[in-house]
Design a protein around this ligand. Structure first.
Ligand code: IPE
Ligand code: IPE
Ligand code: MG
Length: 246
């Protein structure tokens, strides 16, 4: 499984191919303005629009956004309800625009807990945009890294009830919800916290991690370019030595 060949070392591209973002700080953005938390979520949606566009313009191929975690159900019921309706409205309102811009929409997470009308809207958006060849936009909703690994293990064991040598990474990976995405090159978390909060635990193994104090509703194209600059300054060694790379 381990290759000593240097021919497969991925080069640090100028622009990361896959960016995964924890969009955090909506509540604090609103609080600073003496507004209700939901005003921060509404404004956060503007940043989502701007960043999708900026990623398309700058040649990012995959953008994955953490919209709602498996732990976010613990929030006050009215905030959860608001987030669900905001998602539903945004999906209905934006899907045609995404489609016109050649964006492929996908959702990862346990969608079975969503309202049936939201599940249907998600399926329709995925179906409509499935053949698009531009940016792949993945929304992680009711997603948790632990959920993802466990659902993959359960599916793998169901398909292949025993393995004499034990299972390996390549047995599991086809069942992860991200099986058709490359691993993220750049992780961004806005809002100042420096933690992963149960996002893509398996997939972030070798991702470059960028944390910024900028609150998500304030995160714009300029902020994204700053994150790219950070990314371009990294040397990605994947366990090798620096000398092996040159
Ligand atoms: C992120 O912003 C959005 C979601 C989790 C849905 P928050 O709502 O967590 O904002 P803060 O962290 O309270 O400022
Ligand atoms: C992570 O943010 C989840 C999303 C952005 C969807 P949280 O605000 O929920 O994370 P914690 O609770 O501060 O770790
Ligand atoms: Mg938060």
């Amino acid at each position: 499984m381990f290759s000593s060949s240097t021919s497969s070392i991925p080069k640090v591209a100028q622009i990361p191919q896959h960016i995964a973002i924890i969009m955090d700080g909506n509540g604090r953005w609103a609080k600073k303005r003496l507004l209700p938390r939901i005003a921060g979520h509404k404004q956060g949606l503007e940043s989502v629009r701007n960043i999708i566009k900026a990623c398309s313009v700058h040649g990012v191929t995959y953008l994955t956004l953490f919209a709602f975690s498996t732990e976010n159900w613990r929030r006050p019921a009215d905030e959860v309800t608001f987030l669900m309706s905001l998602f539903m409205e945004a999906l209905k309102r934006e899907v045609n625009k995404l489609h016109q811009n050649n964006v492929r929409f996908k959702l990862i997470g346990d969608r079975s807990q969503f309202d049936p009308s939201l599940q249907q809207a998600i399926e329709e958006a995925e179906h409509l945009t499935r053949l698009n060849t531009g940016l792949v936009l993945t929304i992680a909703a009711n997603y948790g890294g632990r959920w993802d690994i466990l659902q993959a293990v359960n599916q793998m064991i169901h398909q292949k009830p025993s393995s004499e040598q034990g299972y390996n990474e390549h047995d599991l990976m086809p069942y992860l919800s991200t099986h058709d995405l490359p691993e993220p090159d750049l992780f961004i978390r806005t809002g100042g916290e420096q933690r992963v909060s149960n996002f893509m635990l398996w997939q972030l193994a070798y991702t470059e991690m960028y944390f910024t104090n900028t609150l998500w509703p304030d995160f714009d194209e300029k902020s994204l370019l700053e994150a790219f600059q950070f990314y371009q300054s990294r040397e990605r060694r994947f366990g090798r030595t620096s000398e092996q790379l040159s």
